[in-house]
Design a protein around this ligand. Structure first.
Ligand SMILES: Nc1ncnc2c1ncn2[C@@H]1O[C@H](COP(=O)(O)OP(=O)(O)O)[C@@H](O)[C@H]1O
Ligand SMILES: N[C@@H](CC(=O)OP(=O)(O)O)C(=O)O
Length: 439
């Protein structure tokens, strides 16, 4: 078995965590390619190294003294090196990094150093080859990711070595400008490597025993999902289940490589297997629940709207022209609602309203803010009668007003809009009706 293993920041926050990771890798010869993140939080309230780097770079940009900030970052790594008993010096690397910060090499460069340095330590600790991600993960000049060149470079480079450590989160353009994925992007690096080496499995090690039915910060100890499909996971990841970056699914999906989410602190747990398709029946009718706060709804009313050809297109053009992306668009006979991200919308809100008036001359337009969207997802929901009924009776029992309902044509997800303030209670009542009472 050839495996790619990615360890998140929580798994590499201290020497103690590194030792657990070392034991996991050494326990299975198939764990050949290792993708580390930067050191994460050691305890509640701690600061991730990536955030320390961003903050330090912001100081450099303001021409403030960064000596103390660099020293604090360096201390995080020295604690790991000393705790592991390694004879490794990062003096040269820190000298280069300090110089580049002062030269304002860019905030992407700054953030990427967290993974870069952790990769050097990991390679030294394991006795694996270190491959700088800047050599093999390629971005276009405009900052977008170059999937084709990356796959070629990775395949060629990794064919030369039996095992290697490749830091997550960053890469570089052909000109050598360091660029990163969005936050949590080490998951993407792992997936790209799994694809390039035709891995049998992509293991993603974190601090929870798999993908949980819902966010453990909302429900205490939610049940683990044993098997989930890429499609279900994509819906949940997009809607805020942050355990895996939403874009990490695509590279492995093209190759049909399963992902296994595992817990570094409980390696004996089987975790969650993410697959293309499965005959395994899900344990509950629903597979998972996820959601996000911070949406606004634009409600548009106009008599006979439905018979006006091009109405929707004209409305949507107004959003497009103002650079606003649309999240959902439920409609009635004479009404249409557009859900958008509130933070993105606030700046241009009045321009959009005026634009809608000009474009379609509606009877009325009104705005509602502070809304949350919740996705209830599950392959078991398809052709299972009464699922929606159960969701809405659970919400009614909890006295939660439902502002929007949207069921995808795949019958695999139902999206519900509620007030921000009802968000946690709504998730809890849906979880209880399907999982706690085991319906
Ligand atoms: N449905 C979910 N299942 C599991 N974890 C979730 C879910 N939704 C949110 N999380 C959060 O995701 C965290 C793991 O992701 P992340 O912080 O990116 O870890 P890492 O540092 O290992 O990359 C968990 O500790 C948990 O708080
Ligand atoms: N260190 C980066 C990238 C990353 O993937 O981290 P983690 O695996 O800890 O989520 C971040 O904090 O965004």
């Amino acid at each position: 078995m050839r495996k790619v293993v990615k360890f998140g920041g929580s798994s590499l926050a201290s020497a103690e965590q590194f030792k657990k990771v070392g034991d996991i890798i050494r326990a299975d010869k198939g764990r050949k390619y290792v993708v580390p993140s930067a050191p994460g939080k050691r305890f509640d309230g701690d600061i991730k190294v990536t955030d320390m780097l961003y903050a330090c770079y912001a100081k450099a940009e303001k021409k403030e003294d960064i000596t103390a900030s660099i020293a604090a970052i360096r201390e995080r790594y020295m604690e790991i090196i000393n705790g592991l008993g390694l004879s490794l010096s990062l003096d040269d690397q820190f000298e280069v990094i300090s110089e580049n910060f002062k030269k304002l090499a860019g905030s992407n460069y700054a953030a990427s150093r967290g993974e870069y340095l952790n990769g050097i330590i990991m390679a030294n600790y394991l006795g694996y080859e270190f491959i700088d991600a800047a050599e093999v993960i390629v971005f276009h000049e405009d900052g977008t990711f170059d999937a084709e060149t990356t796959n070629e470079k990775l395949s060629a480079r990794l064919a030369e070595c039996d095992n290697a450590v490749i830091p997550g989160f960053y890469g570089a353009t052909a000109e050598g400008k360091v660029t990163t994925f969005s936050r949590g992007g080490s998951d993407i690096t792992g997936s790209l490597i799994a694809k390039a080496v035709h891995a049998d499995l992509y293991e993603n090690w974190t601090d929870v025993s798999g993908f949980l039915i819902t966010d453990p910060r909302i429900i205490k100890n939610p049940k683990v999902i044993d098997t989930i499909t890429y499609v279900e996971l994509r819906e949940l990841a997009y809607m805020g289940a942050t355990v895996l970056h939403e874009e990490a699914i695509f590279p492995v999906r093209q190759e049909g490589i399963p992902i296994n989410i595992r817990n570094t602190n409980r390696p004996q747990d089987p975790g969650t297997l993410i697959v293309e398709s499965t005959c395994r029946k899900p344990r509950y009718t629903i597979t998972g629940i996820a959601g996000k706060k911070g949406f606004a709804a634009i409600n548009i009313e106009k008599d006979m709207m439905n018979s006006e050809i091009g109405f929707c297109r004209k409305v949507l053009t107004v959003f497009e022209d103002n650079g606003i992306s649309i999240e959902h668009m439920p409609s009635g006979i004479d009404t249409m609602t557009v859900f958008v991200h509130q933070s993105e919308f606030e700046e241009t809100e009045q321009k959009v309203l005026a634009g809608i008036h000009r474009a379609v001359n509606p009877d009325s337009v009104n705005l509602e803010s502070d809304l949350a969207l919740i996705a209830v997802v599950g392959r078991g929901m398809k052709s299972q009668r009464g699922t929606a009924g159960r969701i809405f009776s659970a919400l009614a029992h909890a006295s939660i007003n439902v502002k929007m309902i949207d069921q995808g044509s795949s019958e695999m997800n139902i999206i519900i809009g509620v007030s921000n303030q009802d968000f946690e209670r709504a998730i809890k009542s849906i979880y209880d009706i399907f999982v706690t009472v085991q319906l």
